[in-house]
Write a protein that binds this ligand. Structure first.
Ligand code: ADP
Ligand code: MG
Length: 312
């Protein structure tokens, strides 16, 4: 983008300058955000101040605010990618202050989490999942039901109610992770942070974190995130450490703190209980498995997603 004060200078040398100047001023003053700002500060702002600030105001009007005209961060339309302007009074002029836009804030936060937890890595199609872009076949009533429940959750959460997450189960490839991604994105657009953690990889990662002592830090981040999505629970290999110390600790904390948790699994609740009862070593620990299941049932509403395999 050409620097605005340059184009302004060029403009000033043209014979039709006055007309253009008035058009530009009209455009600026017609902008609802500018009008609101002027009304709010009516005691401080006079005509001269507006005239002195016209270049700034013009810059303001032409930038996207709150990501309204930007489909994604990489397609950000603003002068400085990821930053949007606010109007401020600075001495005798109206000036602009740039701060991170909501998309950039969410992006930076995700990067911070990703730097800490590698198993948070999410494929691109899931990262871009959105409720209104989810394909639904005519016969897929369960998908519609799940989307409805997910939207109800986000709505309730945004109005301050802490409702249960979902225990989303169904066969491979039906789109469970995709729906979790859509929930995460919808929450992010309301500035709610969430983490979508791929459980089998997360467990492997934690096992490897003993050496570099980052285990507590990773565990803490997952325990405390406002909304957690445990993706593909049941696909990990079970050890009593993983079940009782890791999964048990996370669920216990979140239950007590009333922090919503979503779970996706290929297993229904009964099958998951069976899965958790047998460790790799062949030990049978039904009571410990039952304890985990109790927490899961307390924190989530089970719902089955039925549909065709959308993979490949
Ligand atoms: P699951 O987690 O149930 O195994 P995924 O969520 O990974 O399934 O979905 C499998 C594939 O199908 C992914 O590539 C995903 O992007 C795609 N997908 C999922 N749901 C839909 C949908 N409703 N419409 C179109 N593609 C979808
Ligand atoms: Mg999945």
């Amino acid at each position: 983008m050409e620097h605005l004060s340059n184009s302004f200078k060029k403009l000033a040398n043209r014979p039709d300058f006055n007309d253009r100047y008035n058009d530009l001023k009209k455009e600026v003053l017609n902008n609802p955000d500018v009008q609101a700002f002027i009304t709010k500060h009516s005691t401080e702002i006079e005509e001269g101040m507006i005239n002195r600030s016209l270049v700034k105001l013009y810059e303001f009007v032409n930038q996207s605010k709150n990501c309204k005209s930007c489909p994604s961060l990489s397609q950000c339309k603003n002068i400085l990618e990821g930053y949007h302007p606010h109007l401020v009074i600075q001495g005798r002029i109206i000036d602009l202050q740039y701060t991170k836009c909501p998309t950039k804030e969410a992006y930076d936060e995700r990067k911070k989490h990703e730097a800490l937890i590698k198993s948070m890595y999410i494929p691109k199609d899931i990262l871009e999942a959105q409720f209104d872009k989810i394909d639904v076949d005519v016969e897929e009533t369960s998908r519609l039901k799940v989307i409805g429940m997910a939207q109800d959750f986000v709505e309730a959460y945004n109005s301050g109610q802490r409702t249960k997450g979902l225990y989303l189960y169904g066969s491979f490839g039906v789109g469970k992770t995709y729906i979790l991604g859509a929930i995460a994105n919808e929450l992010a657009s309301h500035k709610v942070s969430s983490m979508l953690v791929y459980v089998p990889e997360f467990m492997r990662e934690l096992k490897g974190s003993f050496q570099n002592s980052s285990l507590d830090e990773k565990l803490d981040a997952v325990k405390k995130i406002p909304v957690l999505m445990l993706d593909d629970l049941g696909a990990e290999s079970v050890s009593s450490w993983m079940r009782d110390e890791i999964l048990g600790t996370i669920l216990q904390y979140r239950m007590l703190e009333n922090l919503p948790t979503f779970i996706s699994s290929n297993f229904g609740l009964k099958e998951l209980q069976h899965h958790l009862a047998y460790s790799q070593r062949g030990e049978e620990e039904p009571v410990k498995a039952a304890r985990i299941m109790e927490r899961i049932k307390h924190m989530t509403t089970p719902v089955e997603l039925i549909g065709r395999n959308r993979r490949g």
